[in-house]
Ligand binder design. Structure first.
Ligand code: PEP
Ligand code: MN
Length: 360
């Protein structure tokens, strides 16, 4: 009955793979899926039993009865079980059923009330908890949820990146915004990062590409929805892989080393990084020099009673810099981000001068 508490990253070689259906639908489904997944590089069987669907009137999970099926399917096949919890009652029922790992879904991470309720229910319990990013691109909320669970005494925590909601669903169901999980890693380096390409993509075709991207960015694991008969799935049908498709995806993944001991490589990298360091500092000095000129212009505009924002000049800057930047191989996105930052700073500095507020 009492199974050992899994230490997430020690379960397997990278990547840690969590797979299973979006929802546990019936006993036969979860057993069939688990048996097939156990033959692949999968350590943890996922399955939702309480499903937070966006619209009512759709399949919203079997409820607590399905917990026993999930746990039994995992145990029979040598896997650990994981379920989503959103209330204190879900936590109590999952623990009573012997679920090995809990996860907090994106719609729960968004609410500090919900996360705190789950944290309070977890006080003094030793169980791994996976925390999905909130549906909105808010790193503070994600970190806040992790901190609340840490404060409950849970040490075995991982973060799941499942992308962020947007109105435009052309390419992704949930936009990845990779910079957000990477910033989380910078600020919380000890929290393992798991990518959920299924909820990022929303359809099968991009999943392998997003999973590879996560590996290239050094994520520790993957959570991927898989169903023994995806075409019959009662929720998230379009994005669920068959166990065979999941197996192929995992076999084709290129897993990159975090470090290399090859002396030549290490020396080359050091050399290139030194050059990058110098260029970064040169760039900062150029920006500081630019700021000085911006301030001179600000003072001059003030003396002549001219407004700060000159639409023609700004349009010309965007046009000429974008054209030249692209000619020398910079991406449109980088040029646009850079110009936006420079323009914001310029307006800010000149406003200070015109209003006689603090001039740095
Ligand atoms: C899920 O994993 O099935 C789920 C509901 O995901 P998310 O919380 O990422 O929407
Ligand atoms: Mn799902």
């Amino acid at each position: 009955m009492n199974r050992e508490v899994p230490q997430l990253l020690q379960l397997t070689t990278r990547p840690l793979v969590i797979a299973g259906p979006c929802s546990v639908e019936n006993e036969a489904q979860i057993h069939a899926t688990a048996a097939m997944l156990a033959k692949e590089h999968v350590s943890i069987l996922r399955g939702g039993v309480w499903k937070p669907r966006s619209r009512p009137g759709t399949f919203s999970g079997i409820g607590k009865e399905a917990l026993d099926w999930l746990v039994a399917a995992a145990q029979t096949n040598g896997l650990y079980s994981a379920v989503e919890v959103a209330t204190a009652e879900h936590v109590a029922q999952s623990l009573a059923a012997g679920v090995d790992i809990l996860w907090i879904g994106a719609r729960s991470t968004v609410s500090p009330f919900v996360v705190q309720e789950i944290a309070d229910a977890l006080q003094g319990i030793n169980i791994p908890v996976l925390i999905k990013n909130p549906i909105n691109p808010d790193l503070e909320l994600w970190m806040g949820a992790i901190e609340r669970i840490q404060q409950a005494g849970i040490t075995n925590i991982a973060a799941i990146h499942r992308g962020f909601s947007s109105f435009d669903k052309k390419q992704y169901r949930n936009v990845p915004h990779w910079e957000i999980p990477l910033e989380l890693k910078r600020r919380m380096p000890d929290i393992p990062l798991i990518c959920d390409p299924s909820h990022i993509c929303g359809t099968k075709d991009l999943i392998a590409h997003v999973a590879q991207r996560a590996m290239d960015l050094n994520f520790d694991g993957l959570m991927i929805e898989a169903h023994h008969a995806p075409e019959q799935a009662l929720s998230d049908k379009e994005q669920q892989l068959s166990p065979k498709e999941l197996g192929d995806l995992l076999r084709n993944l290129v897993i990159r080393d975090v470090h290399s001991d090859n002396e030549l490589f290490v020396n080359q990298l050091l050399l290139l990084r030194k050059k990058i360091d110098k260029l970064d500092f040169d760039t900062l000095e150029l920006l500081a020099e630019r700021n000085k000129l911006v301030k001179d212009i600000g003072r001059y505009k003030k003396e002549n009673n001219v407004s700060i924002f000159q639409p023609d000049r700004w349009a010309e800057i965007v046009q000429t810099r974008s054209k030249y930047g692209q000619e020398i191989g910079l991406s449109e996105e980088l040029i646009s981000d850079l110009l936006k930052g420079i323009h914001r700073e310029s307006i800010h500095l000149q406003t200070q001068i015109l209003n006689n507020t603090k001039e740095k």
